[in-house]
Unconditional design. Structure first.
Length: 456
């Protein structure tokens, strides 16, 4: 199934979409984006729709939470799953095997406090848990051994923020919005659980103010924001503002109107390197594969500027061409193969013993694009770490699938696959270009791909 899906994606995405960026992840189905800026990097946590989610609305197959990073907003590095239902021993039905309770790992959010990372995870039907790690990429552990929020409070879709006075707030819920203060340890409650009254007033699901789910809380320039999936169905992204984290909330409008290209939605909003971004998702890749609705979503991003009064302009539906890159990528540094702006036909895998993530399911005609690499005076050669299978070639091209061929890296057949370094000469070319790596070969999987680097 996995192989077949990759091949179909390659065939459909090859049709003139090489300049796309949205959705920003193509190697897996991702949803419920929760971006976190930490130091100079955006950490994007997502939920994960499995490839074999059956047809039909609401038939989710969600077992783990994924993490991606970027420093330029267009090239995203895949760190694989950082936590799963198996992290929560109390989610007993979830850990008896993936069968029977596969639809639990819903919309998460991570926040940093005093050098520790807290990942709030809904286990649908069981409550909201919290995991802690010393590193944003994990490993995450459950410090409590029980849910932080029990299952009686519409307990999905947590969002968390820390106010300027150090008080942390956790919000969540569908169909109601609930909130509670957290203690400084971020894993215990500092007050009663409260149902928010502003959102509860709007009962009509077609009312643009109607709170559905997927809240995203933050503070900016002294104002409190609550973005959320609004109206049903489809869901758009609406937002409200307040002078207090406890409301009352005033509805401000749509950030994005509902669109039939998606049933659900889930905002994630950040400021990064002087720009503002909203994340959400669409079903573009699912509907490239089939006319049938499967719960197989894909995370998208759009850039925006706040109005002078702090309100957010209404944005068009996710544009396929995506957003502008911040800065350039240095191709003389080792670049993980799973650092990708756009790809076709590829999957990624995480070695469970080493934690190494690599690109796999590479077949003839598959490709990946890295945006905006600064070649400077021009590289002389290309080095890559690969594990050969049937063997094949990596064509190193500039700017498009048919762009200038700088070189071809040959990879001989090898069984069983073992990691080796391969190298090829490059025609020197200067300046800033997109790097397009096109995989060519015969039948079957050609090789796995760990990293690449250009050499002067
Ligand atoms: O992604 C699973 C669930 O679907 C989310 O937690 C909800 O917001 C809805 O989008």
């Amino acid at each position: 199934m996995k192989q077949k899906l990759a091949t179909i994606i390659a065939a459909t995405l090859l049709c003139g979409t090489a300049n796309s960026q949205n959705p920003i992840i193509q190697t897996k189905f991702t949803a419920d984006p929760a971006p976190m800026v930490y130091k100079d990097t955006v950490f994007l946590y997502t939920s994960h729709d499995e490839d074999d989610a059956p047809p039909g609305q609401g038939r989710f197959l969600m077992r783990d939470w994924l993490c991606y990073t970027s420093t330029d907003m267009v090239n995203w590095t895949d760190h694989g799953p950082v936590a799963s239902l198996r992290n929560f021993k109390w989610a007993d039905k979830a850990i008896t095997g993936w069968g029977g309770f596969d639809n639990g790992a819903w919309a998460p959010q991570t926040i940093e406090r005093d050098g520790k990372f807290y990942l709030y995870c809904p286990v649908q039907g069981r409550g909201i848990g919290v995991l802690v790690a010393d590193n944003p990429r994990g490993p995450f552990v459950d410090p409590l051994g029980h849910p932080l929020i029990g299952d009686k409070y519409d307990s999905i879709d947590p969002t968390v923020f820390i106010d300027d006075d150090g008080q942390a707030y956790l919000y969540w819920g569908n169909p109601n919005l609930w909130y509670v203060k957290l203690n400084k340890d971020m894993i215990s409650l500092a007050g009663p659980i409260i149902k928010d009254s502003s959102f509860a007033k709007i009962k009509d699901q077609k009312d643009p103010f109607h709170y559905q789910e997927g809240p995203w809380a933050y503070k900016r320039n002294g104002k409190y924001y609550m973005a959320y999936a609004s109206t049903c169905c489809p869901e758009g992204i609406g937002y409200a503002m307040s002078n207090s984290p406890a409301g009352p909330w005033e509805f401000k409008g749509y950030i994005m109107k509902p669109n039939g290209k998606s049933t659900g939605n889930h905002p994630g909003i950040i400021d990064y390197k002087g720009k503002s971004y909203v994340f959400g998702f669409n079903f573009r890749i699912n509907f490239m594969l089939t006319e049938k609705h499967h719960e197989r979503r894909s995370v998208c991003v759009e850039e925006f500027s706040y109005n002078p009064d702090g309100t957010i302009p209404e944005l068009p539906w996710w544009r396929e061409e995506g957003i502008r890159q911040i800065g350039t990528l240095d191709p003389y540094k080792l670049t993980e193969a799973e650092t990708i702006a756009w790809s076709a036909g590829l999957k990624t895998n995480k070695d469970s013993s080493t934690g190494n993530v690599y690109v796999t399911d590479i077949n003839n005609g598959d490709y990946l694009i890295i945006k905006g690499a600064d070649l400077k005076k021009g590289p002389a050669s290309f080095k890559a770490r690969v594990a050969p299978k049937a063997g094949g070639n990596i064509e190193i091209r500039l700017d498009s699938l048919q762009g200038q061929l700088l070189g071809t890296c040959r990879i001989d057949k090898g069984f069983p696959p073992q990691w080796i370094n391969v190298k090829s000469k490059l025609a020197r070319q200067k300046g800033v270009h997109d790097i397009v790596l096109v995989f060519k070969g015969g039948e079957g999987e050609l090789f796995d791909f760990d990293w690449w680097q250009m050499i002067n």
